[in-house]
Design a protein around this ligand. Structure first.
Ligand SMILES: Cc1cc2nc3c(=O)[nH]c(=O)nc-3n(C[C@H](O)[C@H](O)[C@H](O)COP(=O)(O)OP(=O)(O)OC[C@H]3O[C@@H](n4cnc5c(N)ncnc54)[C@H](O)[C@@H]3O)c2cc1C
Length: 585
């Protein structure tokens, strides 16, 4: 049977496509059940090849075809995810997953952490062509993330439970980060997002001219490992989701007024024995509410804590905040560096921390807490993190005195008539004091806020400076959000901020916002600024024509121009990769 398709704007119900081969079905099952990033990526490639599909594409170009090739032929267990994703994708604000023109809605997301993937999923559902690049080849982090209530509903609505059966079972409100990243990667791939790993983003390159002297239609990035597919990707929006080290230029940060707080994490192997199963989790104990427990722990072990949490997952995960004095007494910290502006960051320098004593300290806390709250953990065999040749016991110490927040969430740069919207989310936007469980939750809120802004950007109906101003309104309240002060109807949460925040500020500093729209075309700046300041009608067609006119001035140039990314060799002129090509019917 010859497959029949339209390129875009197609209802999934109408799609016909050849059924996948046996090899494809086997690859799908492997993809669905696998436990590593490498297996997920390689088996998904086979899934696509066996269905004669490109490896990713816009939602309407990809998902309905994948579904047509696989859904009916798969056993029940594997089918349901299609239904869940289809339901999600059918939300009215995604407008049939076709928002924006194809030369305005190509999105690069840097970082496959939970927040980058969450943002990527939203823009994919809007209709964008999305590429996620991740510098690590594997997901190896053991941290167990406590999830706010809305996060559980949000992840369930994306089918998290299908890939991770234990997700949010009973009172469990946590998940280890690598399982979360893996399941979100699987969801992303099924929706049509391309995920490239390992692939390290190194910077952005401005639009350049081709050999023929015409301008390529967008921005590109530079990657360390010379990833062919990523290298050729042209994008109009870039999402910086690289964790606490922000990799996008132009996002200055300020230090949050944090107090000295030292956290320790300890991860022990889970052998899934009945003795281990009998040890109960400790959802959160703090000195404030359980003074006697903490005093006795100090008397008996010398370990002095503010709080402790124990979650059981792929590992036995303990996280605690410790008092600096007891870390000095126990020899974990070698020297007490004065608590000044200059020395704060240095107190946990590897040279000032005795790793053996740190591990001893964490073990004592884990054993004491489990023994006194339920049953003593039957062993303390360290989980190993890949580091160096042999790996290293997964016991870490963190200092929260220098937490940073970005001054702005989004900015636009226009060069040669080509606009680029750059935005940051997650830890890049706001470093969390994660012992309070704020990292993932505020990260997801920022991803949804970014999704809303990008939707406006794709629609193109608003003055882009107004779009930036509105994004600033939601950024300004992120640091005050708690599990308790969001709108309570979690199931109704969407990218629309009104569905999530009780109050959203409406006032902003116009002059500050104007600084974040940077164009090399004075006519464009004048046009947008006047309309923004005077709250005048924004005519998208007029704006487009200003951009087009400016672009056309570059076409006359015969000699290709070179562009230099900071710290890199000049990029050679290049042509656009173009949309993914479907096989001929
Ligand atoms: C020990 C520990 C315990 C924690 N516990 C909790 C908790 O209980 N609850 C909670 O909510 N939060 C917790 N957090 C915080 C939480 O992990 C983060 O808030 C969350 O992971 C942020 O997600 P993100 O996607 O913004 O960044 P990350 O998870 O850091 O992901 C960033 C990704 O970008 C990639 N990357 C970086 N640079 C590049 C580049 N140049 N090119 C390509 N890729 C790049 C990285 O490899 C990484 O995969 C904890 C953190 C730690 C360290």
């Amino acid at each position: 049977m010859g497959p029949v398709f339209n390129f875009r704007r197609q209802e999934s119900k109408m799609v016909q496509w050849d059924k996948a081969s046996e090899a494809g079905l086997e690859a799908f099952k492997k993809f669905y059940d696998c436990e590593t990033l490498e297996e997920a990526l390689s088996s998904f490639n086979t899934v696509c090849e066996e269905a004669k599909l490109p490896r990713g594409g816009r939602f309407t170009e990809f998902f309905p075809y994948l579904k047509a090739a696989y859904k009916e032929a798969l056993p029940y267990k594997y089918k349901e995810i299609f239904k869940i994703l289809e339901k999600k994708a059918g939300q009215s604000l995604y407008e049939r997953n076709t928002i924006g023109q194809i030369d305005r809605n190509r999105v690069l997301c840097v970082g496959a952490g939970p927040v980058g993937l969450r943002a990527a999923i939203e823009v994919q559902l809007l209709g964008a062509r999305v590429v996620v690049v991740e510098r690590r080849p594997k997901f190896t982090r053991n941290n167990v993330l406590k999830l706010w209530k809305f996060l559980i509903d949000d992840l369930k609505s994306l089918g998290a439970k299908k890939f991770y059966g234990k997700f949010a079972t009973g009172s469990i409100n946590h998940i280890n980060i690598r399982s979360l990243q893996l399941l979100m990667t699987k969801i992303s791939l099924l929706l049509g997002i391309s995920v490239y790993a390992p692939c390290k983003f190194d910077g952005i390159a401005e639009p350049v001219l081709t050999e023929e002297g015409s301008l390529i239609s967008g921005w590109k990035a530079k990657f360390s490992d010379g990833h062919e597919l990523a290298d050729s990707f042209i994008f109009d929006v870039v999402i910086g989701a690289s964790g606490k080290n922000c990799v996008l230029d132009g996002f200055s940060r300020y230090s949050l007024d944090a107090r000295l707080a030292i956290a320790i994490t300890a991860n022990f192997v889970n052998h899934w024995t009945s003795e281990e199963a009998a040890v109960e989790e400790i959802g959160g104990l703090s000195r404030q509410y359980d003074q006697d427990f903490f005093k006795e722990m100090y008397t008996e072990t010398g370990v002095d804590l503010e709080n402790i949490v124990y979650y059981k997952d792929q590992v036995h995960y303990f996280v605690m905040t410790a008092k600096k004095e007891s870390l000095l007494e126990q020899g974990v910290l070698k020297e007490d560096l004065a608590d000044t502006e200059d020395t704060r960051g240095r107190i946990l320098n590897p040279s000032n921390v005795d790793k053996e004593k740190l591990m001893e300290y964490a073990k004592k806390a884990a054993l004491y807490a489990t023994e006194h709250k339920s049953q003593k953990l039957p062993h303390t065999e360290w989980a190993i993190i890949p580091r160096g040749d042999k790996g290293s016991p997964d016991c870490c110490i963190f200092d929260f005195t220098n937490l940073y927040a970005a001054r702005v969430a989004a900015r636009v740069t226009v060069r040669k008539g080509q606009p680029l919207l750059a935005t940051i989310v997650g830890d890049s936007l706001l470093e969390p004091f994660w012992p309070e469980g704020t990292g993932c939750a505020r990260g997801f809120l920022s991803a949804l806020d970014a999704g809303w802004m990008i939707r406006d950007w794709f629609l193109g109906k608003k003055n882009p400076i107004k779009i930036l101003a509105e994004r600033e309104m939601t950024r300004s309240i992120l640091n005050q959000t708690t599990d308790g002060n969001l709108v309570k109807k979690y199931k109704d949460f969407t990218i629309d901020p009104k569905s999530r925040y009780v109050t959203i500020p409406t006032k902003y500093d116009k002059d500050k916002i104007l600084k974040y729209y940077d164009s090399d075309n004075p006519d464009e700046i004048q046009f947008l600024t006047e309309r923004f300041k005077e709250k005048r009608f924004f005519d998208n067609a007029q704006h487009k024509s200003i951009l087009k006119k400016f672009r056309s001035t570059f076409k006359k140039s015969k000699k290709p121009k070179e562009v230099v990314v900071a710290g890199s060799a000049p990029l050679s002129p290049t042509i656009e990769a173009g949309p993914p090509v479907f096989p001929k019917a």
